[in-house]
Design a binder for this molecule. Structure first.
Ligand code: PBG
Ligand code: ZN
Length: 328
């Protein structure tokens, strides 16, 4: 019998051999960044998000408790989203020094100075109309008029103590504007993590319910990217690095792993994959129905994102993974 064929099974025979030859290491504690929604409505609020079972809108006291438990499990980094009490047409609450994110950052950093606090910098949660930028009365985005508001928001987060600011608006020139504003305020060493490659995705639906940030009219297609475009992703990634981004995010993650792979090759800064709300919701829903082994699918999905090229993962499953003590 001809034995001159490939015997791929040789290295798969035992757990020890498989561990020895695994290319992408298992998930590590430091791979994971946990998003939290902090709601200004009431410090004690703890309201489960219907389309994101296991995720909550948290008042600031509840947030503190939730993060405390996660820190005990090994949590290293959080990404904060704010839900303000008042929305207007200038997103004033976004850059208010006593805004909910600013309060939360001060509180968290006082208690856990070594926990990395990343803040999402965007205006949609703070605008009456739910768009990520300033709008004309006709509903057109005013890109350049939006930049100072984003820069002001980033500076106020940084002054509150944020370790990293993460702009998610997809306006042109925002990284340069934010970098300049940080530098003008003496914050030369504050890193910017850019949502450089953010697609106009239907997978953000549960988030918009969670953050109360759906556009009242229209959609985000004039600023977020067309899901059909991969080369454009590289243009966006390089532009943001040129403007001063220190780290990049690709978002969504699972259906865009080709993008992760290409961006990883195109730029050398640390790269995060954001497994978004809809990705989380799909895995949880199928798991709750008993149609998939939820835990196994979760781990396989996250590992796949690392294999595709993500250095770090922003995922609502962070606490779940940490609880299993799988991430070590
Ligand atoms: C705000 C923002 C969104 C997400 C992160 N930042 C929503 C959007 O752009 O509509 C989505 C996160 C998720 O779906 O988990 N610009
Ligand atoms: Zn936004």
């Amino acid at each position: 019998m001809n034995t001159r064929f490939h015997r791929g099974r040789r290295l798969r025979q035992t757990p020890a051999l498989r561990a020895l030859t695994r290319e992408t290491a298992s998930l590590l504690t430091e791979d994971l960044i946990m998003p939290y929604f902090v709601d200004e409505a009431d410090a004690h609020l703890r309201r489960e998000i219907p389309s994101m079972p296991g995720q909550f809108r948290l008042g600031i006291d509840q947030l503190e408790g939730q993060i405390g438990e996660a820190v005990d499990l090994g949590l290293r980094a959080v990404l904060l989203f704010g839900i303000p009490r008042i929305k207007d047409e200038r997103a004033s609450a976004a850059y208010d020094e006593n805004g909910i994110v600013q309060q939360a950052v001060r509180r968290i950093k006082r208690i856990w100075p070594y926990l990395i606090v990343i803040t999402d910098v965007c205006l949609c949660e703070y605008m009456i109309h739910g768009h990520c930028g300033v709008l004309t009365p006709e509903g057109t985005i005013l890109n350049d008029a939006t930049l100072p508001l984003l820069a002001g928001t980033a500076v106020s987060h940084a002054l509150a103590g944020a370790d990293i600011v993460a702009p998610s608006d997809m306006m042109d020139g925002r990284i340069a504007a934010i970098r300049a504003a940080l530098d003008d305020n003496g914050l030369h060493e504050l890193p910017v993590m850019s949502y450089a490659v953010k697609f106009a995705s239907a997978l953000y639906g549960p988030f918009r319910e969670a953050a109360d940030s759906a556009p009242a009219a229209g959609d985000r297609k004039s600023y977020q990217m067309d899901p059909g475009n991969a080369r454009e992703a590289l243009i966006e990634a390089r532009a943001d690095v040129d403007e001063g981004a220190d780290m990049l995010i690709v978002k969504p993650a699972s259906h865009y792993s080709d993008i992760l792979y290409r961006v990883r090759k195109a730029v050398d800064v640390p790269l995060c994959a954001y497994q978004v709300s809809g990705e989380y919701a799909m895995i949880r829903a199928a798991g709750q129905k008993g149609w998939i082994d939820e835990n196994a699918v979760m781990l396989e999905t996250l590992l796949g994102l690392k294999r595709a090229g993500a250095d770090r993962l922003i995922t609502y499953f962070t606490e779940t993974v940490l609880k299993q003590r799988l991430a070590r």
